[in-house]
Design a protein around this ligand. Structure first.
Ligand SMILES: N[C@@H](CCC(=O)N[C@@H](CS)C(=O)NCC(=O)O)C(=O)O
Length: 307
């Protein structure tokens, strides 16, 4: 493309205010309201096709990383393109700056423009991940779970067949998600807060880590000897935990106090899909020490051991 890259001006909260959602009075629609699905047979209106979809992601964002990991695990790098918003924002929402590059598809400088093109006057969440359809010129979805599952299941011959969401394991993956999504993946933010709700969230998180540690003593992955979407969803939280919300160990002991869970996290980090989509600098709090992700572990010995 010969277009000159366009970038947003620097973050300026004095001029643009803080990022806020202002729902119009009486508007009952969900604030994350793009939930389109890609399907292999095209029945959803968004058929799986190479070169058609673009993913707006953010290196800092665990929800976006769940999708970029799926993209890599399924070998879809040439099939679905990706770009990354800047990690800071003002009232204009996420923006494209020199830090992580331009929007190569539409030349937008603000992610808000993608939402505005899809729904004029859009006033809900302007979030990453956002999946864009080049053909219809609109957003398909900003729901990480649906996007991740579609990348894992709908791209047939364009994918490498990794299949991280196998039919027979779906109930167990979603059952785990009901627990880990609440206690861990969403729970970490609440656990880092103050007041009774934070105390409760910390207790739930600690209980989950303790249970996960026991579970992973005999299983290489959450569901046994097979890597699945459940591992992808959990791992991004673990990757960030000790250098962000728990950087001062105010939430819980560090992950090294849960040896099997920590070894499991390091084992996954060795996989190119996990390492290549992780930029620790984008979510490490100032002064936090990065743990040794390359410390030896022998999780391979667990391969084939059913849990
Ligand atoms: N529910 C969203 C969560 C995504 C999310 O919260 N992303 C954050 C960045 S890590 C964001 O863009 N937040 C802005 C907003 O939600 O308004 C999803 O399913 O993908």
């Amino acid at each position: 493309m010969s277009r000159i890259p366009q970038f947003a001006s620097p973050v300026d909260t004095a001029a643009h205010g803080e990022y806020r959602i202002n729902r119009a009075p009486g508007d009952e629609r969900p604030l994350y309201r793009f939930t389109g699905r890609i399907t292999a047979d095209g029945s959803s209106g968004f058929p799986a096709e190479p070169g058609r979809y673009h993913l707006y992601a953010g290196w800092f964002c665990p929800w976006a990383q769940r999708v970029t990991i799926q993209r890599e695990l399924n070998g879809l790098q040439e099939v679905i393109s990706v770009s990354y918003v800047d990690g800071v924002r003002d009232g204009r929402g996420w923006a494209f700056r020199e830090t992580h590059g331009p929007d190569p598809v539409n030349g937008f400088t603000l992610l808000r423009e993608a939402y505005e093109a899809t729904e004029p006057g859009f006033d809900g969440h302007i979030s990453v991940p956002t999946l864009w359809d080049r053909k219809t010129g609109r957003i398909v979805s900003n729901d990480f779970a649906g996007i991740g599952v579609d990348l894992a299941t709908e791209f047939g011959g364009w994918s490498n067949g990794a299949n991280l969401y196998p039919e027979e394991l779906r109930p167990e993956i979603e059952e785990l998600d009901a627990w880990l999504g609440t206690a861990v993946n969403r729970g970490v933010s609440a656990a880092a807060g103050d007041g009774p709700a934070a105390v409760e969230a910390r207790a739930a998180l600690l209980a989950a880590f303790t249970e996960l540690d026991a579970r992973l003593e005999k299983r290489r992955y959450l569901l046994g000897d097979r890597l699945t979407e459940a591992d992808v969803r959990l791992w991004v939280t673990l990757a960030r935990y000790d250098v962000s919300v728990n950087a001062t160990r105010a939430v819980s002991p560090g992950l090294e106090e849960f040896p099997h869970l920590w070894a499991y996290a390091r084992d996954l980090h060795r996989l190119p899909a996990f390492a290549a989509t992780t930029d620790f600098a984008t979510f490490t709090a100032p002064g936090a020490t990065l743990p040794d992700w390359d410390a030896p572990q022998d999780r391979e010995a667990l391969a084939g051991v059913a849990g």
